[in-house]
Ligand binder design. Structure first.
Ligand code: HEC
Ligand code: HEC
Ligand code: HEC
Ligand code: HEC
Ligand code: HEC
Ligand code: HEC
Length: 492
């Protein structure tokens, strides 16, 4: 028997040996890293990428090297007319028993490590760190807003993927496309919204929220500051009729009346952002169907268009479109900072100065930060509160404005409310009528009851029955006839 007939001989070639050696070395490093990651408990994004994405690829490369070497050695042997034999397993041989034992042991260990690493890789690619930090610049706006939202304790996948294998696979396929679009800069800035492929609310929001349990009104309070020298405050407090309930126990009332599966509301939007809604169809629990159309001749749809255009059934996201990524407007941010004390309301004209700086257009985050500092240093040069004011305004800017991704409140309007964008008034503008003359209500009291309003940081004149709205600035009856967002844009 020549030397070449030995089963191991094919393995003894440079390429295979190299693959074999590299594979074992990398594998050893991988096991150590995996152990460290397990001991640490929480996977940081860069370590995660190294262990769960780069390492498997490198190991795969080593396996290919081993295979290529074997094929090459086999060909070479054939060409040289030399005989070679595939390994023979002789169960009668005691040495084979030992070999089976050892290889079985190593195989089981390798399989266990692979399964463990696979399980961790699955969790890592589902983690907030992976979604939010890996494509840092692209996801930074959404990730930053997420960390400030009521949902900071949940994870991206609970809203964006949800339970079940089908959506898991869909998400991984679209994830691969996203990796490609990030690598080759194919993504749009800002990322387009609404997200067309978002999973229906029933399968995401409702895994945690239980609409039958949204009862009664909630108290909300706003303190606004005027753009004058003294930053004069004005406070509004109202009970918002959130409503909801269980249809088995009585009628569904209040804002959550539109709940899916109870009263079905479908609509046609004529723009991508779903801000313009000329056609609405309601199917009540009783089966009664009513169609409302806009009275505005410019917005009206022909019968042919109505039949043809896609209809969307309203779900949680048609109002809560920013549950986790809210980018606020300069005016709102200044009002919040002044009322919470982050900014000192006794600094002359700070409301107007701050809002102007937040609303300006800057090419990059760094440019914005230095422009804000420069302007404040010029305006409040000798003031002892200067440094704290600069820091506060810079922080506010960096959590709500992302010039590199072109993200700000303007690109992502929030549908809750109606002051800065049409929101509820997309339908509740008092101008949507049915054939029998019924209107989608515009009565201020159907959605909220004003408890107190007036000058000062703390409202004083409370009424239990609710009061008529007083517009802080004298604009006559304009607030009754025009939509609030025709004048209120969120910036000076
Ligand atoms: C509470 C649910 C929820 C969570 C948690 C959540 N998102 Fe979203 N996200 C949404 C909704 C709803 C939209 C769609 C907004 C729309 O269609 O107007 C969205 C939109 C987006 C968009 C599209 C751009 C935009 O701002 O509209 C990106 C990107 C995004 N999310 C990333 C993330 C990342 C990254 C995380 C985790 C760090 C995350 N999301 C966590 C609900 C969520
Ligand atoms: C993983 C569970 C989970 C999922 C999924 C989820 N939420 Fe929440 N949601 C929460 C928790 C927890 C809170 C915080 C409650 C608190 O702070 O009292 C919350 C709070 C809220 C609030 C009130 C706070 C606020 O921001 O005004 C709204 C509205 C809300 N969620 C809407 C949604 C919508 C819409 C979706 C689907 C896109 C959704 N949630 C998906 C767990 C979830
Ligand atoms: C017609 C618009 C609309 C729809 C549809 C809608 N909501 Fe709301 N929801 C509101 C408004 C408005 C509020 C009050 C928010 C506020 O004042 O900040 C609210 C409040 C909430 C709150 C906070 C309740 C509290 O006590 O503070 C949660 C949670 C919530 N909604 C979840 C949902 C879920 C889940 C769905 C889908 C089943 C849904 N909403 C559908 C408009 C809507
Ligand atoms: C796509 C259209 C549409 C949008 C957007 C919309 N609604 Fe409605 N809403 C309706 C229709 C249609 C009715 C039923 C007709 C009516 O009662 O006027 C209704 C009814 C209501 C009712 C009365 C429920 C009852 O008790 O009888 C409330 C309260 C309400 N909506 C609040 C809101 C709030 C708050 C928002 C914004 C966060 C909003 N709606 C957004 C279409 C819409
Ligand atoms: C279809 C429901 C609906 C109708 C009709 C409605 N509102 Fe509102 N309004 C809301 C919601 C929802 C909010 C926001 C609550 C939140 O952000 O938590 C809001 C917020 C407000 C605020 C507080 C905004 C701020 O930043 O100070 C004022 C003031 C207000 N509404 C006045 C009115 C007046 C005046 C009318 C009648 C012309 C009216 N609303 C009609 C639903 C409605
Ligand atoms: C014709 C234009 C116009 C319309 C329509 C209008 N406003 Fe105003 N509003 C103003 C002006 C001007 C001011 C004072 C300047 C400022 O501080 O922005 C003001 C100030 C306010 C303020 C206090 C300061 C602030 O910036 O928040 C509130 C609250 C307010 N308006 C609510 C509403 C609501 C709610 C509606 C719709 C029901 C509405 N306004 C419709 C022009 C308008």
């Amino acid at each position: 028997m020549s030397k070449l007939d030995k089963p191991t001989s094919l393995w003894r070639n440079g390429i295979t040996m190299l693959g074999w050696f590299l594979g074992w070395s990398l594998g050893l490093i991988g096991v150590v890293l995996l152990g460290m990651d397990l001991a640490h408990g929480h996977t940081s994004s860069y370590v995660g990428i190294l262990i769960y994405l780069v390492m498997p690829m490198l190991l795969g490369g080593c396996a290919v090297l081993v295979g290529v070497g074997l094929v090459w050695a086999q060909r070479r042997a054939r060409r040289g007319g030399r005989e070679f034999r595939m390994p023979v397993i002789d169960l009668g041989d005691r040495r084979t028993h030992w070999q089976i034992f050892w290889w079985g042991l190593i195989g089981t260990a390798l399989l266990s490590i692979t399964l463990l690493a696979g399980y961790r890789a699955y969790h890592f690619t589902e983690s907030v760190a992976f979604c939010g930090e890996v494509c840092h610049q692209v996801m930074q706006p959404e990730y930053t807003a997420f960390k400030q939202s009521a949902h900071a304790g949940s994870s991206c996948t609970e809203c964006h993927i949800g339970p079940g294998a089908e959506w898991f696979v869909k998400a991984k396929i679209s994830g691969m496309y996203q990796v490609y679009s990030v690598l080759f800069h194919k993504y749009s800035r800002p990322i387009e919204t609404p997200v067309q492929s978002l999973r229906p609310a029933k399968e995401t929001c409702l895994t945690c929220h239980w609409p039958a349990k949204f009862f009664g009104p909630v108290l909300r309070s706003w303190t606004h500051y005027a753009s004058d020298e003294t930053n004069t405050p004005w406070t509004i407090q109202m009970l918002v009729n959130v409503g909801g309930g269980n249809p088995a126990h009585g009628p569904i009332k209040g804002i959550h009346w539109h709940m899916e599966g109870i009263n079905s509301v479908e609509y046609i939007a004529t723009d991508r952002q779903r801000l313009s809604i000329p056609w609405v169809r309601v199917t009540e629990q009783s089966g009664k169907v009513t169609v409302f159309q806009s009275e505005d001749p410019k917005a009206q749809l022909s019968a042919a268009d109505t039949a043809k255009l896609p209809k969307r059934r309203m779900d949680c996201m048609d109002c809560h479109n920013r549950p986790s990524h809210q980018f606020r407007s300069p005016n709102e941010l200044m009002d919040q900072a002044l009322s919470s004390g982050r900014l000192d309301a006794t600094l002359p004209s700070i409301r107007a100065e701050g809002a102007k700086l937040l609303a300006a257009t800057y090419p990059t985050q760094a440019a914005a930060q230095s422009a804000i500092e420069h302007a404040l240093r010029t305006r409040y040069a000798a003031d002892p509160r200067l440094d704290a004011t600069i820091r506060a305004l810079q922080n506010i800017y960096s959590s709500n404005f992302f010039p590199e991704m072109k993200v700000s409140w303007k690109e992502y309007p929030n549908h809750i409310g109606h002051k800065l964008s049409p929101g509820c008034f997309r339908c509740h503008d008092g101008k949507h009528v049915s054939e029998d003359g019924q209107r989608i209500t515009n009565d201020c009291k159907i959605c909220h009851a004003i408890m107190a309003q007036g000058p000062g940081k703390i409202a004083t004149e409370y009424t239990v029955a609710g009061q008529e709205f007083r517009h802080p600035e004298d604009i006559g009856d304009a607030w009754k006839t025009e939509r609030c967002d025709t004048c209120h844009t969120g910036s000076p």
